[in-house]
Design a binder for this molecule. Structure first.
Ligand SMILES: N[C@H](C=O)CCC(=O)O
Length: 426
């Protein structure tokens, strides 16, 4: 008898390309069929066949408070009773904008949008409008959404499927994007030496989370900061993933670097479609209706999404929030590392705040090339064995994982004991 999961996937493929609404969901690189989820509560999700899983994907990052947090759900219910969208200013969007500016010191002004992709593409257009230049620098394996300029040697699903530069992007557009190596400060220095005056912006995930997880080497982000300052280029931190995920001041607070612009998403929407970009007032003032850089959105600042985001941003300010989240995440990564190494498996893991990376390799990778050298088949085998045991990691060796405040010792111990069984029989 076929499972409901299988039936739904067969039907979906007939009517939705690949059966999914975002390619990373398709399990294509790990093999097998994607899981159709029916509900989630706290750290757990249930599929359409009634099987439960401990969830380390958390909808790819937004669910820092776990699934269906009662306060977030309540705020969404209450707000929606007053109307779903106005396409006009609301008091709540001012409140969340003020809160973002208060929590992230580099953000003097902010604009709300509906997705990380929109935030990234808007930030790039703004940087180009502000500087009057066209070229941008990005790093191989970093993913900033699926805007044309940024879909060049990108991470995430693009990398997962081995097609990091998309068809359909005109060469005239891709040609303005210079792709360099993450953590290679010398390469960036050399490029600035040659064409510094032409560079509108450097965009970077301060912690790269779309090619597994790579932390910045000491000095890398500092070099980007000083080169951009020296050459009048705009430094953009893509904190869609790291924003309020690695700490209350985001990754820029952890590494003490102030970018000129920041993109945010995921956590700031509390599970609803909301994102933002913001930064230096003089740059943000170039946006229409004040300045000449056009950017817009019918559902931007949607009141229901804002309500979920506001509730989430209030809860993450509780004392000890990030200490506890980091501890739980570290218990997971330390536990998995100890367990694998006890059985002689080349595996390691690391975490920062509530995000983590798992690597089938002797050492923690520090570059795109090192991530690519990890044992992808080992990851795929581990992924499926864990899935069987009811542990849901991201279905790709090139995505970070996420822990929520609803993951506790019970979930971590259950995960570690599943891993122990798998690694013992490896
Ligand atoms: N890594 C991606 C976003 O951050 C995963 C989400 C997606 O592409 O659907």
């Amino acid at each position: 008898m076929t499972s409901r999961n299988q039936q739904l996937f067969e039907l979906s493929q007939k009517i939705i390309p690949g059966g999914v609404n975002s390619p990373v969901r398709a399990f294509k690189s790990v093999g097998g069929n994607p899981v159709f989820f029916q509900r989630g509560q706290g750290a757990h999700v249930w599929d359409v066949d009634g099987k439960s899983y401990i969830d380390y994907v958390g909808s790819w990052g937004p669910l820092i408070l776990g699934h269906a947090h009662p306060d977030v759900v309540k705020s969404v219910q209450k707000t929606s009773e007053n109307g779903l969208t106005f396409g006009a200013p609301t008091e709540a969007e001012l409140e969340i904008a003020e809160l973002i500016c208060k929590l992230v010191p580099s953000i003097e002004q902010v604009r709300l949008v509906s997705s990380g992709t929109e935030a990234g593409m808007s930030a790039i257009r703004l940087a180009r409008g502000f500087t009057g230049r066209n070229k941008i620098i990005k790093f191989e394996g970093c993913y900033h959404g699926h805007d044309d300029s940024l879909l060049v040697k990108a991470g995430s699903g693009a990398l997962t499927f081995g097609n990091p530069s998309s068809a359909g992007v005109p060469q005239e557009i891709a040609g303005h994007t210079i792709v360099l190596d993450f953590n290679d400060a010398a390469g960036v220095e050399e490029t600035f030496k040659q064409i510094g005056k032409e560079i509108a912006a450097v965009i970077v995930e301060p912690v790269a989370g779309n090619m597994n997880l790579i932390t910045p080497k000491p000095g890398f982000l500092e070099t980007l900061r000083s080169l951009c300052t020296q050459h009048g280029s705009v430094l953009i931190f893509d904190e869609v993933m790291t924003g309020f995920r690695v700490g209350l001041e985001c990754a820029q607070g952890v590494y003490q670097i102030q970018p000129d612009l920041t993109t945010l998403g995921k956590v700031i929407g509390g599970g609803m479609p909301m994102a933002a970009f913001g930064g230096r007032r003089d740059i943000m003032q170039c946006l229409a209706p004040v300045g000449a850089v056009y950017q817009a959105g019918t559902l931007s600042g949607n009141p229901v999404a804002v309500a979920a985001g506001l509730t989430t941003l209030k809860l993450i300010q509780e004392p000890g929030f990030y200490e506890n989240l980091s501890d739980t995440t570290r218990q997971l990564t330390d536990g998995l590392t100890t367990c694998a190494q006890k059985h002689g498996i080349d595996f390691c893991a690391q975490s920062i705040g509530g995000m983590f990376g798992l690597y089938f390799s002797k050492n923690i990778p520090a570059s795109f090339a090192e991530v690519m050298a990890c044992d992808k088949n080992g990851f795929n085998r581990f992924f499926h064995a864990m899935l069987d045991k009811g542990i849901y990691f991201a279905p790709s060796a090139f995505e970070a994982g996420f822990v929520s405040t609803t993951h506790g010792s019970k979930e971590i111990n259950e995960t570690l004991s599943a891993a122990e069984n798998i690694f013992a029989a490896w």
